[in-house]
Design a protein around this ligand. Sequence first.
Ligand code: AMP
Length: 282
Amino acid sequence: MLVFTSILLLKEQLQTFKNQGQSIGFVPTMGALHRGHLSLIEESLKVNDVTVVSIFVNPTQFNNQEDIDKYPRTVEEDIALIHSLNARVIIFIPSVKEMYQQEIVSNHFEFDGIEHELEGKFRPGHFDGVATVVKHLFEIVTPNRAYFGEKDFQQLQIIRKLVKKLSLEVEIKGCPIYREPNGLAMSSRNQRLNSSEKEEAKIIYQALLEAKKQFGTKSVTQIKKWILNFFKNNSNFKLEYFEIADEDTLKPITRKIKTKKYRAFIAVYCNTIRLIDTISLN
Ligand code: AMP
């Protein structure tokens, strides 16, 4: 199994594959891998000759030190998990120094305003950090296809914009959300929940399912009111935001237009652990 920490050595290896005309699929992650990550890797394995998975906890996309410090890091288990799935996957685990050299800062990007909606309102600079690291990773790996989860739907749309704006030759593939049996969207941050919190956290998905159910008959204002009340009655979970937004612009809506596609987005705190989820409403 090939595990690289050096950009140079990874590039050399990938160049030999490219010279042989092999296609490259890429799955960027921050590690602490779960079935959701594996489903992305499986998608890549289906159509690409070579699959690269990166594991890098990117400092510039975090909003506070505690979140970075407490972010689960399970590199040995991650490598074993990927190995058990497919021993031919190439793993890239760079250090912060390898990725950022001297200065751990992000570049500034504009994505037609979608960066200011939803997560952008609550996590200033987050998408600059994401775009900085993904652009750099794309330059290193130069994949034919890259796989991102709909779990982070806004991130997926931002990466699509990034690729378009920079005219990068990589096809972006969005992959469905992988859930726990109780409906909780899988996330590395779930590792920080205890077992009863994990069980209770199913209410996040239940809230989204209820919103979807109501979307056909109720107004957006009525749905938002219902969600607000629902979380008021669940003291362990603090609602940060719930929005129904246009899938393309990510602008929250108050009124539906028949031809448009909509999604509900939610961010909830369980103590200090921030969980997000989303559902298509069409
Ligand atoms: P992360 O390690 O959290 O940065 O996630 C790496 C990639 O996996 C991102 O594209 C995420 O959207 C995706 N991902 C995370 N959780 C899930 C999930 N439950 N189902 C599908 N994809 C996911």
